[in-house]
Design a protein around this ligand. Sequence first.
Ligand code: FMN
Length: 343
Amino acid sequence: MPPQLTDPWTLGGVEVPNRVVLAPLAGIGNWFVRLQAKRYGAGLVVSEMVSSFAVHYRNERTCRELLRIHPDEHPVSMQLFGHDPEVMACAAERVAAAGADLIDINMGCPVPKVCKTGAGAALLDDPGRAVALARAAARGSGLPVTVKLRSGRRPGDASGVEVARRLVDEGGVAGICIHPRHAAQRHAGRPDYELARALVEQLPVPVLVSGGLHTAAHAREAFERTGAAGVLLARGSLGNPWLFGELLGTRPAPPEREEILAELDWVIERACEHLGRERAERYLRKFYPWYVERLGGTGALGAELQRAPSLEAARALLREHGAPETPARGPDAAPPAPAVPAA
Ligand SMILES: Cc1cc2nc3c(=O)[nH]c(=O)nc-3n(C[C@H](O)[C@H](O)[C@H](O)COP(=O)(O)O)c2cc1C
């Protein structure tokens, strides 16, 4: 009997209660977005990518905001990026001290600003450094290390497969997450699940699959076709934490309008806790359209919310559109915000 998405598994000795994982999402995957995924059942959550240099050099905002872990998030993996093994070792030590259960290293980011430093997907062209970074992260943190990578850098390039093998054989990584699109594709195009399947068959460690998992049907199909240990939900989870429950069978029906609006209200409150009201106002502008889309709206409400002069005005608009006065709180509503780890 093949594994089910609801089956528990272990990753580098860390027990994970199911196989539905929140993917790393830069600028999005902070503690409260991860906590939200957890509330809806995610077995494991991965942070947005964090610069190993910023952590090493104790950038105040990075350490205060991006290394923040909520006590209810565990198990949580913190994703680091960088190109210097010594810096990576030091950053990994700090990430472990902040409470991470696992470390993931980004070897898939296609953004030129990242690649030109030799980090992200550029590491696919530099397997020796990739291995050194993985070993350094494990040495610095004492935690299991995984790597998320692409199939290659450009069309026809399958360097990701070879790098993944070396990361396991020489770098001792505990798992691989494959996003089987080449880096030049960024996030467009059909993921190559056959390549993911080949990797699953070759590697002696768990392989997770990412890419194109925007609906429960897509995620189930990729899970079955690749034989992966688990699936990473990325864009499909934006404004749709219910997707976790749908995949895990705990969410038989889509959320009603009131529930969607109450969830958005939860997000607004957490964003204020995270960033303070002023920064939250700007930060939330990218979140509104995701939730409005779930409401089946035309986008006009999303635009109105983005233009709202204050959070009070945004909330008043939501109430006009059916949000409850006092938002309904599910049984898993978040407890108070966690203490901030020392910078
Ligand atoms: C806005 C955005 C931010 C992302 N940030 C990261 C990141 O920080 N680290 C990473 O490894 N992948 C990142 N990714 C890639 C996703 O984790 C995922 O692999 C990709 O979106 C493919 O999955 P999807 O097609 O289901 O969205 C990002 C993707 C998006 C859309």
